[in-house]
Design a protein around this ligand. Structure first.
Ligand code: FES
Length: 95
C-alpha cells in the first residue's frame, strides 16, 4: 500500500528502511524518500517507527493483539480474524 503519495513509497519500502537502521522520520526520508514532499505522511512514518520498535521489543505482539481483538470477533469468525473494529474505537466517530 502506498503510504507516501508525493514520493510513491509503499509500506514495504518504509519497513525495509526501518529494519535497515532508520530510527527517525528524517532517516526514513533519506533512505527511501518517504515524507520528503508535503510532509502529510510523516505521522504515518512515525507510527511505522513505533510499530517496528514494538515488534522488536515484543516479538509476541501478534499473539497479544489477537487476544486483545478476540472479544471483538463476530461469532463464528476464524481465530485471529480481524473485524476492522479498533479497541476503544467510538462507533460512528469516523464515518
Ligand atoms: S505524502 Fe509523503 S511527503 Fe507528501
Amino acid at each position: 500500500m502506498v503510504v507516501c503519495l508525493c514520493k510513491g513509497v509503499a509500506d514495504g519500502a518504509i519497513r525495509r528502511a526501518i529494519r535497515a537502521g532508520a530510527r527517525t522520520v528524517p532517516d526514513i526520508g533519506r533512505a527511501c524518500g518517504a515524507g520528503t514532499g508535503c510532509g502529510s505522511c510523516q505521522n504515518l512514518l512515525a507510527c511505522a517507527l513505533r510499530h517496528e520498535d514494538l515488534r522488536r521489543a515484543r516479538p509476541d505482539v501478534p499473539a497479544v493483539l489477537a487476544a486483545a481483538y478476540a472479544p471483538l470477533q463476530p461469532a463464528g469468525a476464524a481465530p485471529g480474524a480481524m473485524s476492522g473494529v479498533m479497541p476503544g474505537a467510538m462507533p460512528g466517530a469516523m464515518q
